[in-house]
Design a protein around this ligand. Structure first.
Ligand SMILES: *Cc1c(COP(=O)(O)O)cnc(C)c1O
Length: 374
């Protein structure tokens, strides 16, 4: 059994993907070809924002946003403590300081009480100026933007939505990747919408930021490529990846998101009452980048993972270490008892195999082993 079976997906989509790849090879337009512009337009329409600018990966997408806003030394950027390293790494790369915030134990997303406390504390200390809140749509579920927006407005902060895992999710009628002042996603193969290598995109309704990010991704270009008006990056999405994404995006829209939701519902039906299953709040829709259960303690979690492995079932711990405990952030000197929910979840979470092409039999098999172990 595969954790996320991308080869199975390829075999279903093979004729169209093969054609897209061969057509790109024959076209000669390998950089910023037609497929890139077309993909950007269709992604922007789907998400419901004015601008989509593709780039080389989801990490660069975050960097483009921070650069467009001029975030740098002396700025505080609030980041959930429970996320993939890149969410904070980009902040440090720009010379700003990430401030790690605890999460909600049901949704795995940023906890607004903890966020407000962190902002107040930062203001009181007076060393850093609060600028941005990075919300992460972890495991496919959009963060609580209504609550985050209230805090952002109160303290005059920008919201950067890290939708690397969130693409395809919804809150009410609003799509993930439309919820921040700037939003980002990743097309890393295992993400909800993945390509066959690295890729990413930024989304925004703001014309000025869109123009800056479009310039930044091509060496700070001005009116043309050899007119350079700012220090930028080389961060384009390959035409080949865009062509692959065009095919995959059709499947994503027409049945994949729906099918992965069915898979998640079946897991929840079978595991409810046995382990803590993921909570999707009323009015929210997840694109299920991960299906993550919570066990009683680390011993039970590690034991279950080892047991599943013996049965040939892959599972993953997303994430084993709070951001504030990463070696790279040692010098931030967080107190031992910081962000207790994140610390507990790092010891108790386990993500099970899920993807749009998983069979009911496979889900039943995984669940039987989970039930018998627990
Ligand atoms: C994957 C991921 C990223 C980075 O995306 P890449 O395309 O791998 O650079 C950023 N944030 C989160 C939450 C992610 O899961």
């Amino acid at each position: 059994m595969q954790f996320r079976d991308l080869v199975k997906q390829y075999n279903v989509l093979k004729p169209d993907i093969d054609k897209a790849m061969i057509d790109t090879a024959a076209s000669g337009g390998y950089i910023m070809g037609k497929a890139v512009k077309e993909l950007e337009a269709s992604l922007a329409e789907y998400v419901g924002v004015k601008h989509c600018i593709s780039c080389a990966n989801g990490t660069d997408a975050l960097t483009l946003a921070l650069k467009a806003w001029g975030i740098g030394a002396g700025d505080a950027v609030f980041v959930p403590d429970f996320t993939f390293f890149a969410s904070a790494e980009v902040v440090s790369l720009e010379g700003a300081t990430p401030v790690f915030v605890d999460i909600d134990e049901d949704t795995f997303n940023i906890d607004v009480n903890s966020l407000e406390k962190a902002i107040e504390k930062t203001i009181k200390e007076g060393k850093l100026v609060p600028k941005v809140i990075i919300t992460v749509d972890l495991f496919g579920l959009p963060a609580d933007y209504y609550a985050v927006k209230k805090i952002a407005d109160k303290y005059n902060l920008l919201i950067l939505e890290d939708g690397a895992q969130g693409f395809g999710g919804k809150t009410g009628e609003r799509m993930a990747c439309s919820l921040g002042d700037i939003s980002t996603t990743s097309f890393f193969p295992a993400k909800p919408l993945g390509c066959y290598g690295d890729g990413g995109a930024v989304f925004t309704n703001n014309d000025e930021w869109a123009t800056i990010m479009d310039s930044l991704r091509v060496h700070g270009k001005g009116s043309f490529k050899y007119d350079n008006v700012r220090i930028g990056m080389n961060s384009r999405l390959d035409t080949l990846q865009a062509a692959i994404l065009q095919v995959k995006f059709e499947a994503f829209k027409s049945y994949e998101v729906e099918d992965i939701n069915k898979a998640a519902a079946l897991y929840t039906e079978k595991l409810k009452g046995i382990v803590k299953t993921p909570v999707i709040p009323e009015g929210y829709y997840s694109s299920w980048a991960q299906y993550t259960i919570q066990l009683k303690d680390k011993e039970q979690r590690d034991g279950l993972q080892a047991y599943l492995k013996e049965q040939g079932i892959p599972s993953m711990v997303y994430y084993p270490t709070p951001m504030h405990k990463q070696t790279a952030y040692k010098e931030l000197n967080y107190p031992e008892e910081s962000n207790p929910v994140t610390q507990r979840l790092c010891s108790t979470v386990l993500s099970l195999p899920i993807h749009p092409y998983i069979t009911e039999e496979d889900i039943e098999k995984v669940c039987e082993f989970v039930v018998s172990y627990v």
